[in-house]
Write a protein that binds this ligand. Structure first.
Ligand code: NAD
Length: 338
């Protein structure tokens, strides 16, 4: 399948989702310029793309001025810490990339006349009082809670994107991504699935927060990427939810990881984080109707692929100390205007 885009800029392209997006765009015939400062991503995620004639990596911080020479017809703005462990450790960086980073990415899209897609999040719904969460729900976010650095940065980014659309005529879209899992997640990023897999493979008890009855709805990375690109290809402004509509308690997710990984294991309960959402499930009616999109990969299949990838990465490594995100010796690419 080819896209209508000749050259895309992907901010945060060396991250988990960004690297899969770069790969998929190249596969569909679109040239890719990946901008990343490797704050939470790693060059290792896209090292296999170096050498592709239509791929270029530029190490830069998008909260600084962003300049890209030549034509660009799509800007996918994914740069942002995304896991709670990362954004709690990097609160100011997270707010800056959601605000200044989004401003610069929107400026670039406007200057180039490119379509702009903001990677927003289900976290804009906060601890929701409406279930499942449809796009018309405004959310229930604590603006001074610890998670606000991420939630409010994304809410601001949505507002800024909308303002550019309405006042500058920029061709924008907002995708609200729900929990996604798959290869290239960091075992130490603190999100439930990579944590459970790392613990299962290390023979440690799986740490379930609270009593494990809080729910999550997860989506395999290939499905999420297909959804983001379907929105990019459309003329829809969004916001559109992209996520798995099958909801399950976190305790059941842990049990499924143990079952699919085939290792005997146990569970230990730890305290639930402050403002942790009780429930999470996307209403994907809009994505179905507007984009003809719905997830295709079943949980067990997605988990099997993810566990196989983790095994291949952790093979021979001391799982307890393994850090795939450590700064690889890597030459800085010539920063472009930053
Ligand atoms: P990630 O941490 O793996 O990737 C984010 C990337 O952005 C990293 O490579 C990081 O180095 C880069 N980055 C951060 N600040 C930057 C800056 N100032 N300049 C340049 N690059 C910068 O996270 P992810 O899971 O791939 O998430 C990607 C995007 O999707 C984020 O915007 C996130 O909010 C959104 N999202 C992800 C999920 C999910 O389940 N993975 C869910 C909802 C929303």
């Amino acid at each position: 399948m080819s896209t209508r885009f000749s050259r895309a800029v992907v901010t945060g392209g060396a991250g988990f989702l960004g690297s899969h997006l770069c790969e998929q765009l190249l596969r569909r015939g679109t040239g890719v310029m990946c901008l990343d400062n490797f704050l939470t991503g790693t060059p290792a995620n896209i090292s296999h793309l170096i050498g592709e004639p239509r791929f270029r990596l530029i190490k830069c911080d998008v909260t600084n001025f962003v300049h890209v020479p030549g034509p660009v017809d799509l800007v996918l703005h994914l740069a942002s810490a995304a896991s709670p462990a990362d954004y709690l450790r990097l609160p100011i960086e997270t707010l800056k990339v959601g605000s200044l980073g989004t401003l610069h990415a929107l400026g670039l899209a406007t200057e180039k006349g490119a379509r702009f897609v903001l990677a927003s999040t289900s976290e804009v719904y906060g601890d929701p009082q409406q279930h499942p969460q449809g796009e018309s729900y405004w959310g229930n976010v604590n603006p001074v809670g610890p998670r606000s650095v991420y939630d409010e940065a994304k809410r601001y980014a949505e507002a800024l994107t909308t303002a550019y659309r309405l006042s500058r005529g920029t061709d924008t879209a907002i995708v609200r991504i729900f929990n996604t899992y798959g290869p290239r997640m960091r075992p130490d990023d603190g999100r439930a699935i990579p944590t459970f897999i790392r613990q299962a493979l290390a023979g440690e008890p799986l740490s379930v927060t609270g009593d494990g009855s809080q729910t999550r709805s997860v989506c395999y990375v290939d499905d999420t990427i297909r959804g983001i690109l379907a929105l990019a290809e459309s003329d829809e402004p969004g916001p559109v939810n992209i996520g798995g509509p099958q909801e399950l308690p976190v305790a059941e997710l842990a049990a499924t990881v143990l079952e699919v990984s085939g290792v005997p294991g146990s569970v230990r309960h730890i305290a639930r984080p402050v403002d942790d959402p009780r429930v999470r499930r996307p209403d994907i009616t809009l994505a179905r109707e507007l984009l003809n999109w719905e997830p295709q990969v079943q949980l067990r299949d997605g988990l099997a692929r993810t566990i196989a990838w983790f095994r291949s990465q952790l093979c021979g490594a001391d799982i307890g100390t393994y850090r795939p995100n450590k700064r690889a010796a890597y030459p800085d690419m010539a920063p472009s205007g930053t």
